[in-house]
Write a protein that binds this ligand. Structure first.
Ligand code: DAT
Length: 176
């Protein structure tokens, strides 16, 4: 049971699968606040060093969680991040994992300028469904949903799925 008046939703998946695209639209349609976790980490410098192999800062997870805790508490938030196992399980009422076929993801990551190990690792991450497995290990199976995100039609369908889920949650929890 949750005391939140509105649910919190996590949108996760490999970089490039379409998390931001989806979150922006859902926030617009529902009035939920979209928390771009990567941006918040950057703004508040939630880092502890730099990883030269992956060419990115190393996340200070505790600092980031402290930063997010009060924002998440009232509900009505949609969080977007490329990893999901370090968030407290109690934060989320639904976790959506976006999936993209390699043939589409390849071009999206190239367009983003990814190359070398960073490019290869992200493609492998998607092929081996790393984030989906992570989500299934970290949250109750009944709140983890896999969504295909290959085409614009998929995005449209995913928006409807999540907006409908929010409406149902509100109804089920006496918040019309
Ligand atoms: P993410 O936030 O997961 O890194 P994004 O939303 O920035 O991904 O999308 C990466 C690129 O792919 C961007 O140019 C928009 C495009 N895109 C996103 N979802 C898509 C979809 N379902 N079909 C086609 N293109 C999509």
């Amino acid at each position: 049971m949750t005391s939140r008046k509105l649910p919190n939703i996590l949108i996760t998946g490999t970089p490039g699968v379409g998390k931001s695209t989806l979150c922006a639209e859902i926030a617009k349609r529902t009035g939920f606040e979209w928390l771009e976790v990567g941006k918040i980490a950057k703004e508040h410098e939630c880092y502890e060093g730099y990883d030269n192999v992956y060419e990115c800062p190393v996340l200070d997870e505790d600092k980031l969680l402290d930063e997010l805790e009060t924002r998440v508490a009232p509900g009505g938030k949609i969080l977007d991040y490329h990893s999901c196992e370090f968030f407290p399980e109690r934060w989320f009422d639904a976790v959506y994992v976006l999936r993209t076929d390699t043939k589409y993801l390849f071009d999206r990551l190239k367009a983003r300028g990814y190359s070398g190990k960073k490019f290869d690792d992200n493609i492998q991450c998607e092929i081996f469904q790393t984030i989906l497995d992570e989500a299934r290990e970290s949250y109750k199976p009944e709140i983890v949903f896999e969504l295909q995100s290959n085409t614009d039609d998929d995005t449209g369908a995913n928006i409807c799925t999540i907006v409908d889920w929010i409406e149902k949650w509100k109804k089920d929890n006496g918040n019309h």
